[in-house]
Structures are given as structure tokens and as C-alpha cells.
Design a protein around this ligand. Structure first.
Ligand code: DGL
Length: 274
């Protein structure tokens, strides 16, 4: 008989983490997933590291109370602000994410890479360390993108305001010779059609969702080989996993966005934590 399944908890400031969740669902079709959109507190990118850390801890407490066997911080900003504290506080398999500077530095032909991310990520010590490690292989040009997360949260992926904002952020990177652009915020993959249109064949875009899903799968396989470690089991692809969505904001708002950003209409539960 199958052991009762323990879910994987995934969170972001809002809908951005859905761009990671879709890769997790594809890589691990048998796993049960819990997704928390902290929409009442989005955007994280302009908030203090201490505030983001307190939100990450409250959401992690909630997911652990749901018996999560693993936690994915599907947010570059929250990873930069809180992953060290989360790892100290919870004896759990925890996967975070960071802008794909390394793969971009390996891929660039022009020797210049552009990083689009939130101010919180770009100003963090983790990001500085990342650039120090891989910045010798390529020139790294950074671009904070105020307002972009709000556009994605509003479901405006291609309207005139989003287009003008994005053009204002991408053009300077192209002018500086960047041929490889890192999508260093999980909200930005939803803007890829518009990004491609704006950049044409002058640049390629690198996102991190697939790599995060592969790392999570690898870590779950390792954990399932040693049953005492984290108590994580590994659900085979023969099983069909469930997904439950929570929002700290208005659940109806997320429900309205899910058909477009997740691919199907799913009810959303309201979450009060922290
Ligand atoms: N999606 C998040 C990230 O990857 C956070 C965006 C925000 O809330 O500002 O950084």
C-alpha cells in the first residue's frame, strides 16, 4: 500500500512562482503540490530584507504545518533575503533560486550579459557574490525593473504600459551589447512573448524554472534513498499529483489569473499567516 503522500510547498510574493511551478509539475507529475501566493504583500522587490524574511518564515511555518516534505522558494528576492534563515530554522529539503548569471556567462558570444531583476535581488549580498564568482567570464550589466511585477500581478502581460516599461528596461541592455538576458525574477518569464518581440534576434533569454525543478527532483531522489533524511518520500510519475493554491490576497483575483498563467481554472483558498 502507498504511504500517504506529503506535498511539496512552493511560494512566491504572488503569481511569479507559477513560472517555476509549471516546470515542477512537468518534472514531478506524481507529486502533490501546495502553492502560496503572498499577494497581500507583493511586490517583495522594494521591501526590506527583514520584512521579506518575516514573510518567508510565516509562509514556511504554514507549509510545514501542512506536512510539506520540501520547500521551494520560487522567488529570487525571497531567496536572497531569507534562504539562509529558512535553512537554519527548518529541518527540511529547501530549494531556492538565483539569477542565472553562470549559464548566461557561459552562453554569451558578445561577452556582455544583462540581468533583469528586482532591486531587492540586485542589491543583495548573494547577488554580489554571484557576480564576483562569474563576472570574470563576462561583463554583467544589471537592470532593476520597478513596476513590472505589478503589471504581471494585474494580468497585463502585453498592454501599452507593460510594453513601455519593458522596452525602457531592455533597450539599455541591448545598447550596451548584451546578447544574453537573464530573467532574474520569476514574474518575468510570463513576459517572454513581449520580450522576444522587443529584442528580436539581438538577445536570448535565460530563466531558471526548469533548473530549479531538476534540482528539486534530484534532491528528492537522494532524500528518498535515505529514508531518515528529511523523511521525504518520492512519488513516481505513475501517480497523478494534486495542486492546491493559496493566496494571502484576494483569492478571486488569483482564480481569475490561473487559466492564463497556470493553464486551467482552479479554486484558490484564502491564507492568513504571519
Ligand atoms: N517573483 C519574485 C522574484 O523572483 C519577486 C518579485 C516581487 O515581488 O518584487 O524576485
Amino acid at each position: 500500500m502507498l504511504a500517504p503522500s506529503r506535498p511539496i510547498g512552493v511560494f512566491d510574493s504572488g503569481v511569479g512562482g507559477l513560472s517555476v511551478l509549471r516546470h515542477i509539475r512537468a518534472a514531478l507529475p506524481g507529486e502533490d503540490l501546495l502553492y502560496v501566493a503572498d499577494s497581500a504583500h507583493a511586490p517583495y522587490g522594494v521591501k526590506s530584507a527583514a520584512f521579506i524574511e518575516s514573510r518567508a518564515l510565516a509562509i514556511a511555518e504554514f507549509l510545514v504545518a501542512q506536512n510539506a516534505k520540501a520547500l521551494v522558494v520560487a522567488c529570487n528576492t525571497a531567496t536572497a533575503a531569507a534562504i539562509a534563515t529558512l535553512r537554519q530554522r527548518f529541518d527540511l529539503l529547501i530549494v531556492g533560486m538565483e539569477p542565472a548569471v553562470k549559464p548566461a556567462a557561459e552562453a554569451t558570444r558578445s561577452g556582455v550579459i544583462g540581468v533583469l531583476a528586482t532591486s531587492g535581488t540586485l542589491e543583495s549580498a548573494r547577488f554580489a557574490e554571484l557576480v564576483q564568482r562569474f563576472g570574470s567570464q563576462a561583463r554583467v550589466v544589471v537592470q532593476p525593473c520597478p513596476g513590472l511585477v505589478e503589471q504581471v500581478e494585474a494580468g497585463d502581460l502585453s498592454g501599452p504600459v507593460t510594453r513601455a516599461l519593458l522596452s525602457g528596461y531592455v533597450t539599455p541592455l541591448l545598447v550596451q551589447g548584451a546578447d544574453t538576458l537573464v530573467l532574474g525574477c520569476t514574474h518575468y518569464p510570463f513576459l517572454q512573448p513581449l520580450l522576444r518581440e522587443l529584442a528580436g534576434d539581438r538577445a536570448v533569454f535565460i530563466e531558471t524554472g526548469a533548473a530549479v525543478a531538476r534540482q528539486l527532483a534530484r534532491r528528492l531522489v537522494e532524500a528518498s534513498a535515505s529514508p531518515c533524511f528529511y523523511g521525504a518520500d518520492f512519488r513516481s510519475a505513475q501517480q497523478v499529483g494534486t495542486v492546491v493554491f493559496f493566496s494571502s490576497g484576494d483569492p478571486c483575483h488569483l482564480e481569475a489569473l490561473l487559466p492564463r498563467l497556470w493553464g486551467s481554472a482552479v479554486p484558490v483558498e484564502h491564507l492568513t499567516c504571519g
